[in-house]
Ligand binder design. Structure first.
Ligand code: PEP
Ligand code: MG
Length: 757
């Protein structure tokens, strides 16, 4: 056993990197190379032990090189996924330093390594992209707390090691470091559709070839140039007169600007270059730190800011990895974009890139990226855990956003299968497009109105292409959600004006702000609620913020000018709320008249039926509302007391159950008694079986996502209501507890279309 070494310190990081570079340029390959690396590190940081553990395909951690522990243990000692301190570092992807390692509850003793006398401990994960490839450890016999510089330095070395290991893994099957074969990933569908294409990583990867600086002066200059370009591009974005997306987040960009000009950040990057890294590696180094901090931070505000920084670093890396003339290489057309998350305007920046799909590690149905993906018509899946760490640029991927599944590096058979499905769905779409100009009329002559749900200006492109009769639900909060600050009166006017103009002669129903619940705008403060879906949201919030709400009403009235205006309130719970909101509209009209401003030729005001209490208030609404629209998404969540955003419960209850259908029937009948036209604008109206059943109960107007219109029109044109409606109604009233299967059979027997969702 060697003599314990006194702890080191004050060594030169540049020296270590320089030696590492020489070593990599030398003859040693494979295991010899790793052995030389551990020896070099042990010497430089004056450690008694330096070891590398590599994560194997079964997720255990294999000791592959060591200086100081018994050589017998190499390629033999294997720790379980969560075993010991090494397992802890690997599973948390975070470094760990301890003065006295054996005292730590997670310390695991392996006699074959001869490890017992070692106390001082520092281990860092070997990360590539966000994937843990292994763990690098240094140990000392004496108690020693490694310094911040030691940790910094070891992390830099680990970054280089990640590249060596992944290169070694490509040549050596024992070191299974290549990504495992086909991987099935699951997430939440954000926008339906299927595609096959190569992976394009939103977060740039720095390759091994770009790690060591040969000419420090030149690297510093490259960094300066890239920083300049970055700052300029952010300034340009910030000054851009007409943002592509309304409310494009000026605040986010302001923060970028502040960060981008932060001298502390710039200095750290330059320091890393002085230590021997290239400009890319220096930025990557900073990015890893920020990522690690994001992973460990619970403070929402701090996480957001760290994400901003990471974002900025990604941008900087893209500038650095651009060709000499500064061109940034984007995705090839047909690529599938993979990102941990995307900010409000980022997906829009890929608008011209011809992407085939999007997968996000974070990001639910209400996320900004989901909203934009829908507007751009891109198949998209969110909440895919383990996505970024498992994907490499150029990997083939299938995205099946209808089922919320993606396959990375799929088998050929599966690719062939999906290709066939995609061709079929293309043919299907073409067939549906042919229906565009045909009326939505049943075989027995009953007319239906099919409308579009929209929320961004792109959505209105679908009006023409689907042949929708108008916009039955325009979710105005999207403009607010994609903005970091409260949109000004002028911005709102411009947005609504544009929407009214683009819908031409077709009617357009603006739903007033429906914020709160899962739709949280960053600029609205307020306390965290235990139960946000049942909390301070939608109309409740609007009425408590009359200034805020009136500003929206004023913008809507001003945007309409002399054109007719249709408004609808979300989440109304009782008549008094509806009346109070309506009074505010009247007050705004009076205000406009007082100042001799144009006012709409006609204003129609409706309410969404989204709460059971309001469903049973319809009789009293006679003469007070011009129309109603059933928001089945919320209505069902409240009816069944099942959070629509919680996957554990959201799929548990069925609108096609007798209880829910009896309420839906009550609503349509009550609306008829009160002589108020009623539509359905929740997702159910866009699903064939649900739409058929609702049609049988008496609904004649449906508003839905663009992609659903063709299918529902074909359904309507294929059915004979006089034949099927009585059978459906009978089943609903049969007293049975479950009827979905029977409804499906009835539908299949009577209407020759597919009832797949
Ligand atoms: C609904 O609740 O059904 C609805 C259409 O509104 P949103 O989905 O926007 O809450
Ligand atoms: Mg709703």
């Amino acid at each position: 056993m060697s003599m314990p070494r006194p702890p080191g310190g004050g060594h030169d990081a540049r020296h270590l990197l320089g030696r590492l570079r020489e070593l990599l340029a030398g003859e040693d390959q494979g295991a010899d190379r790793l052995q030389s690396v551990v020896k070099l590190i042990a010497d430089t940081v004056v450690a008694d032990v330096c070891s590398i553990y590599v994560r194997t395909p079964d997720n255990s951690l294999l000791l592959v090189a060591t200086e100081g522990l018994s050589q017998e243990a190499v390629n033999r000692t294997r720790l379980g996924e969560n075993e010991g301190l090494v397992g802890l570092i690997s599973s948390t992807a975070r470094p760990k330093r301890l003065k006295n390692a054996p005292a730590h509850p997670r310390f695991s003793y392996r006699p074959e390594t001869g490890e017992d006398p070692y106390h001082g401990f520092l281990g860092v994960p070997i990360l590539r992209a966000a994937r843990v490839l292994g763990v690098l450890v240094v140990q000392n016999m004496v108690e020693r707390l490694y310094t911040d510089e030691d940790m910094d330095e070891l992390q830099t070395v680990a970054m280089v090691l990640a590249e060596i290991l992944s290169a070694a893994g490509e040549k050596n099957d024992d070191l299974e470091l290549r990504q495992p074969g086909s991987v099935k990933l699951k997430g939440r569908p954000l926008n339906e559709g299927m595609a096959i294409g190569p992976v394009y990583l939103h977060d740039p990867v720095v390759t091994a070839a770009r790690f060591f600086a040969y000419d420090i002066e030149k690297e510093s200059q490259r960094l300066d140039v890239a920083l300049d370009t970055l700052r300029q591009s952010i300034d340009t974005m910030l000054n851009r007169a007409t943002p592509v997306l309304f409310g494009e987040s000026r605040d986010v960009l302001e923060t970028y600007r502040l960060f981008a000009h932060d001298p502390g950040w710039e200095m750290r990057l330059h320091d890393a270059i002085k230590a021997g890294l290239t400009a890319e590696a220096a930025v990557d180094r900073a990015r890893r730190e920020h990522r690690a901090r994001i992973a460990s931070s619970r403070d929402g505000y701090l996480r957001e800011r760290l994400h901003d920084l990471e974002d900025l670093e990604n941008r900087l890396l893209r500038h650095l990895s651009g060709s000499e003339d500064g061109e940034i290489s984007g995705p090839e057309p047909g690529s599938i974009l993979i990102a941990s998350r995307l900010g409000p305007a980022e997906l829009l920046e890929y608008r011209e890139a011809g992407l085939a799909g999007v997968l996000l590690e974070e990001g639910g149905a209400g996320s900004h990226a989901a909203i934009v993906a829908r507007a751009l018509g891109l198949p998209a899946i969110g909440d895919v855990s383990g996505l970024v760490s498992r994907s490499d640029a150029g990997d083939q991927m299938i995205i099946d956003a209808d089922s919320g599944i993606a396959y990375l590096r799929p088998e050929e058979e599966l690719v062939a299968n999906y290709r066939a499905r995609i061709v079929l769905s293309g043919e299907h779409k073409a067939e549906l497009a042919r229906l565009r100009d045909l009326p939505a009329e049943t075989k027995d002559g009953q007319s239906f109105q099919l409308m579009l749900n929209a929320g961004l200006s792109f959505d209105l492109d679908h009006l023409e292409e689907t042949g929708a009769e108008g916009v039955g639900l325009f979710r105005t909060e999207f403009q607010f959600l994609t903005s970091q600050t409260l949109p000004s009166l002028e911005t709102q006017v411009e947005f609504y004006d544009n929407a009214i103009t683009r819908s031409g002669d077709k009617p357009l129903v603006f739903r007033t702000l429906d914020l709160g619940g899962d739709k949280v705008a960053t600029f609205i403060g307020g306390e965290r609620e235990e139960n946000p879906a049942l909390g301070w949201r939608a109309l409740r919030m609007a009425m408590d913020h009359p200034f805020f709400f009136r500003r929206q009403l004023r913008a809507l009235i001003r945007a309409a000018g002399e054109r007719p205006l249709q408004l609808m309130f979300p989440m109304v719970c009782n008549i008094a709320e509806f009346d109070a909101a309506r009074e505010l509209v009247d007050a705004e009209v009076e205000w406009a008249q007082k100042f001799n401003r144009a006012t709409p030729s006609r204003i129609e005001i409706g309410a969404m039926v989204e709460t059971p209490s309001f469903a049973f208030s319809i009789d009293a609404l006679k003469g007070r509302a011009e129309f109603l629209s059933v928001g089945t998404n919320d209505l069902m969540q409240f009816f069944f007391a099942a959070d629509r955003n919680n996957p554990k419960v959201s799929g548990r209850y069925d609108i096609l159950s007798p209880a829910a259908l009896l309420m839906m029937e009550h609503i349509v009948k009550a609306a008829a008694r009160a002589e108020i036209p009623v539509s359905v604008c929740g997702e159910a109206g866009g699903r064939p079986l649900e739409a058929l059943v609702l049609a049988c109960l008496g609904y004649r107007r449906f508003s839905m996502q663009a992609a659903r219109i063709g299918q529902i029109k074909r359904l309507i044109r294929s059915m004979d209501l006089a034949v099927i409606a009585p059978k459906v109604v009978e089943l609903v009233h049969s007293g049975k507890s479950e009827i979905r299967e029977e409804l499906l059979n009835l539908a299949k027997e009577n209407v020759p279309v597919s009832f797949d969702r």
